[in-house]
Write a protein that binds this ligand. Structure first.
Ligand SMILES: [Zn+2]
Length: 348
């Protein structure tokens, strides 16, 4: 073990004897009674193994037992990482430096003691396909690439138009070219090491950012490919549901629920599948915040496949102008053939 203080937490003194790691009370941890042994803290940068930390501390006049106790206290408080030396060695310097905030955030948010190494390994092994590379889809693709996802491909052959351009997405030079090519360039600008070619393999996750035909979602359910629906128009952003086929509500389950509240919904939906408002009422900030939340849900799914992101059996929705995300629940519908309702009803 190469003990390192969790990155992203600032060491601060509450008084002469009490060290606080971190500022915000939701993250911060206070350690009292450190005395001279506090010198150990300065040695925890991951460059030494446990024996070397204790040996160096002794050279500073801190007895081995006291140094050992500090390490145990820090570990018990959840602020000591086993420095991912092997991961660090496997990444080129610029990539390591660029991913440092991703690693620090993952280690803090998930409370992992590996400096975010396992989370990054999962992301680098993942393949995500994004359908639709307009102002939301292209942003999603570049956010995911910058977050460490190893393979991000976009599917959208339509030519890019001025209304598709967005920060973190398509740029002026992409106009007229297929949106998927512009999105691949956006991905490479964000993270040159990420693969963008679509070789037809089944992805770990599909993100639907454009109106899709039932054929596509039907095939995703049949092939058991997890997918996340994303919509930003009519001055409303909707992220979800995240569909685990045959396990959580699918898009048809949601439409069956909507039809219960509005008998005309199937008729409205049938028309809206083939006709789209132009321009879409999705301004730059709505596109960016919807893309960011969609990326967060995708990462939650890739990082913790066994946990349920909040968009499983639900959606997160923002209706302008209040800019507040709210969650709506959508349970599997018994009349849908996807199998999720049966799975939900089965005894655990
Ligand atoms: Zn269903």
């Amino acid at each position: 073990m190469r003990p390192a203080l969790k990155a992203g937490l600032l060491p601060l003194w509450r008084d002469r004897d009490t060290l606080q790691l971190g500022v915000d009370p939701r993250r911060a941890v206070a350690l009292a009674g450190l005395g001279k042994a506090a010198a150990v803290i300065s040695l925890l940068d991951g460059s030494r193994d446990r024996g070397a930390v204790i040996g160096t501390a002794q050279a500073y006049g801190v007895p081995a037992e006291a140094a050992d106790r500090v390490l145990a206290l820090l570990a018990a408080a959840g602020v000591l990482d086993d420095f991912p030396a092997r991961l660090r060695a496997s990444l080129p310097d610029p990539l390591r430096a660029r991913l440092a905030p991703e690693l620090a955030t993952a280690a803090l948010a998930y409370g992992d003691g590996d400096g975010g190494a396992r989370t990054l390994a999962r992301r680098r092994a993942a393949f995500i396909r994004v359908h639709g590379a307009g102002r939301t889809g292209a942003c999603v693709a570049s956010f995911l690439a910058a977050s460490g996802i190893g393979h991000v491909a976009c599917a959208d052959p339509e030519p890019a138009e001025p209304a598709d351009l967005a920060p973190a997405g398509l740029i002026h030079a992409d106009l007229g070219a297929p949106r998927q090519d512009g999105a691949a360039r956006a991905v490479r600008r964000a993270a040159p090491e990420v693969r963008t070619r679509d070789d037809g393999a089944l992805p770990d996750l599909v993100i639907l950012t454009a109106p899709t035909l039932p054929d596509l979602t039907g095939a995703l359910v049949r092939d058991r490919v997890a997918h996340l629906a994303v919509r930003a128009d009519e001055a409303i952003g909707v992220v979800g549901p995240l569909v685990r086929p045959a396990s959580t509500a699918c898009l048809r389950c949601v439409d069956l629920r909507k039809a219960e509240g509005d008998p005309a919904w199937p008729k409205i939906l049938a028309q809206a599948t083939f006709a789209h408002a132009r321009p879409q009422a999705c301004d730059t900030v709505l596109a960016a915040m919807t893309a960011a939340l969609a990326s967060a849900q995708a990462l939650a799914f890739i990082d913790r496949a066994w946990a349920s992101p909040v968009t499983a059996n639900g959606t997160l929705e923002v209706a302008l102008p209040d800019w507040q995300w709210r969650r709506r629940t959508w349970l599997p519908h018994p009349a849908c053939g996807c199998g999720a309702a049966t799975a939900a009803a089965a005894p655990a």
